[in-house]
Design a protein. Structure first.
Length: 411
């Protein structure tokens, strides 16, 4: 078997589409021209090809697919480059041969050279990606509530909320989103394609996207994007269902006003918000929060590709300095060693050092700590981080994020 690892060419992108269709069971469309193929550029791919086995058109067979979108994410208020990994799949006849590991190793080296200090993905199986240094780095909270049960302590129903079709309010919601994510962690800088092909492009069976805006198009203070469909709920009088696709607010009155807007849908027997942040305030603001039927789920997984750059670019609210020791990172060996971190609200300096380590941890533990998904104390309690109690507490303060990490965009 002769395996070649390289980016796919334009004519080979149809194979990428077919790989995505098979690997994800048609979740993103079937056929060579599905969204996997049309939404990815050849230069974002890194695939394994069997040059000894040819397709009908003479192309070498794509054995393993891989792509990485060039994203920018927020980390406690700062912008950080992120490679958004997607379309990882291997034809069954080529599995258990280490092809994904070879691709990951090369991909991390390429990302390191490009200055993409983080890699992120939605893990199909945790066991697959933990071996490559990925760690859960965000969560999702799901709500399912009847509109008759939406009652908040705040009385903000008088705030104006206007409904628009699809892209009619795009400029307004983009401005709210930009302000909403400034201090947060995990949210992507959305380009036009993420808005048009993701947020505002629900599955056909869910119907069109509607947008509710608090305030006005000229001065918006919150919005939600949602779909509305009949026949989804087993209720004689309220058989409709609303699915929230995106929700952002600049103040608590606007947040409450959007919930009151949803409550005015008298024929809706169920509102589902499947991608709320885990620190969403609904549980504290609803009069009867149990009726939200809350369920917490995992979200995105991150991997620190370049520890020095990632730590330097991240935002910090508390000043402090210490030495971190990383070992056994076989896929990104440039991370191994001791790193002096001097961080604070004005920025961070990170440099290699021979000083004694204050904290010892793996790159997987660092990835979880970096996002704020796990505290240093939690990692220490699990045996994934070593340091004396005072230093662990100090690291906790330095790495704390203002908001829980969260990414509502699937990629």
């Amino acid at each position: 078997m002769s395996i070649e690892i390289r980016p796919a060419t334009a004519p080979e992108m149809g194979q990428l589409g077919l790989m995505g269709a098979y690997s994800y069971g048609g979740a993103f469309g079937d056929g060579p021209d599905n969204v996997v193929a049309t939404g990815t550029r050849p230069e974002w791919t890194l695939c394994a090809f069997d040059t000894a086995v040819r397709q009908a058109d003479g192309q070498p067979t794509m054995a393993t697919s891989f792509s990485a979108f060039p994203f920018t994410t927020r980390v406690n208020g700062n912008a950080v480059p992120l490679a958004g990994i997607s379309t990882v799949g291997t034809r069954p006849e080529y599995r258990r041969q280490g092809l994904v590991r070879k691709i990951m190793t090369q991909a991390f080296a390429d990302q390191y050279q490009r200055g993409q200090c983080l890699a992120g993905l939605w893990a199909s199986q945790a066991a697959i990606y933990q071996r490559y240094g990925f760690a859960a780095s965000g969560g999702l909270r799901e709500y399912r509530i009847d509109t008759t049960d939406i009652h908040l302590h705040q009385d903000v129903a008088a705030m104006p909320v206007l409904r628009f079709e699809g892209t009619d309010a795009l400029d307004a919601v983009r401005e709210v989103y930009k302000q909403f994510i400034v201090a947060r962690t995990g949210y992507l800088h959305r380009g036009k394609s993420l808005w048009l092909d993701n947020v505002l492009a629900p599955p056909p069976e869910d119907g069109p996207a509607y947008v509710a805006v608090v305030g006005s198009l000229e001065a918006p203070t919150g919005y939600l994007v949602y779909t509305l469909r009949a026949g989804r709920v087993a209720h004689r009088a309220r058989a409709q269902e609303i699915c929230i696709r995106d929700f952002a607010w600049l103040d608590q009155p606007s947040y409450g006003a959007l919930w009151h807007y949803l409550a005015r849908h008298d024929l809706v027997g169920r509102v589902i918000w499947g991608r709320a942040p885990v620190d969403d305030p609904a549980l504290d603001l609803f009069i009867e929060p149990r009726l939200l039927h809350t369920q917490d789920l995992e979200g995105t997984w991150w991997r620190v590709v370049d520890a020095q750059s990632a730590l330097a670019l991240r935002g910090y609210d508390v000043a402090g300095s210490l030495v971190l020791a990383i070992a056994d990172d076989e896929l990104a060996p440039w991370n191994n060693g001791r790193w002096y971190l001097d961080a604070g609200p004005q920025g961070a300096e990170v440099r290699a050092t021979t000083a004694a380590a204050d904290i010892e941890l793996s790159v997987r533990a660092l990835s979880s700590l970096y996002s704020g998904n796990r505290s240093a104390q939690q990692l220490a309690n699990a045996g994934l981080l070593a340091g004396d109690p005072d230093t662990v507490a100090k690291l906790d303060q330095i790495m704390r994020t203002r908001f829980a990490p969260h990414c509502p965009d699937h990629y």
